[in-house]
Design a protein around this ligand. Structure first.
Ligand code: ATP
Length: 269
């Protein structure tokens, strides 16, 4: 049995619109932060939903060798945390209550003290203490996105699926979120897959990258591997249809610079 996440022959889509057919993804071990990137409408959200069990799919999603489809709903919820692209609803619940209800849904056995400690830990890691007693309806979009992420982190799932968790966040909060997720993942108990549009965040924070490209549903996986090795100008051309450079910044880290929109080649470099 291999620890980590593996996809075997996964097919998922919508009526008359297959998105992936027979997608295989080699096992990614726990302790990895995985970026899922690719152009708009390529299928990032659809794939995350299929892994989360929120879209009917054929094939297998294996987590630590177990086919997630064989698990009862609560066991699956316990192991897999999913943050949708849409912001959490603007309800009258205060942020603390929203966290507690997320925790109770997946880990009802947890006593009051450990639950409070878990919530306090996540609020501290994300620097959200000031929001704890504020109703979600009164929070800004970015603040609500942070609370949504906190609801996933507090459950400490084995697999976290985060759909563009930084889309509503300013620069400082983007870094805060990626540092917090990185720190959790580095403890080795969890694996996170993050759909991202910012390739430079992927280069900086992620251990592994999965690049999707528009094309036939049988052939949407363009490349996977270490971000600095995978993200090359030919791959960026094939995936996004842009002329781009990958250069080193003054600290020596690789940076993607997109120069010009051209046409996607759909070729796998
Ligand atoms: N509910 C739906 N019904 C039918 N087609 C859908 C539905 N949701 C998404 N699609 C289609 O499935 C394809 C993949 O969409 P998806 O939202 O997974 O892309 P994405 O890579 O997450 O895009 P973005 O980067 O724009 O968020 C697109 O062609 C989209 O139009």
């Amino acid at each position: 049995m291999s620890a980590g996440l593996e996809l075997r022959r996964l097919s998922v889509g919508y009526p008359r619109r297959p998105v992936f057919e027979g997608l295989d993804l080699e096992c990614v071990a726990p302790g990895a932060l995985v970026a899922l990137v690719g152009p708009n409408a390529v299928g990032k959200s659809t794939l995350l939903k299929a892994i989360a069990g929120l879209r009917p799919a054929r094939g297998q999603v294996l987590l630590d060798g177990t086919d997630l489809a064989t698990l009862p709903p609560r066991a699956r919820l316990r192991r897999v945390g999913y943050l949708p692209q849409a912001l959490p609803q603007a309800t009258s619940l205060v942020a603390y209550e929203a966290m507690l209800s997320a925790l109770r849904a997946s880990r009802p056995e947890l006593g009051r003290e450990p639950a409070e400690a878990a919530i306090a830990g996540v609020f501290a890691a994300l620097e959200l203490d000031a929001l704890a007693l504020r109703p979600l309806a009164e929070l800004s979009g970015g603040q609500r996105q942070m609370v949504g992420l906190a609801q996933v982190l507090v459950r400490a799932p084995r697999l976290m699926l985060l759909d563009e968790p930084t889309s509503a966040l300013d620069l400082r909060w983007q870094l805060r979120v990626l540092h917090a997720v990185r720190a959790l993942v580095a403890e080795g108990r969890t694996l996170a897959v993050i759909a991202l549009h910012d390739l430079n965040l992927a280069l900086r924070f992620c251990d592994h990258i999965v690049v999707l490209g528009q094309g036939h549903p049988h052939n949407r996986l363009l490349a996977a591997g270490r971000p600095a090795e995978v993200l090359t100008p030919p791959l960026l051309q094939a995936a996004y249809g842009v002329r781009a450079r990958v250069e080193r910044c003054s600290l020596g880290h690789p940076l993607v610079l997109a120069d010009e929109a051209s046409s996607p080649t759909h070729d796998v470099p």
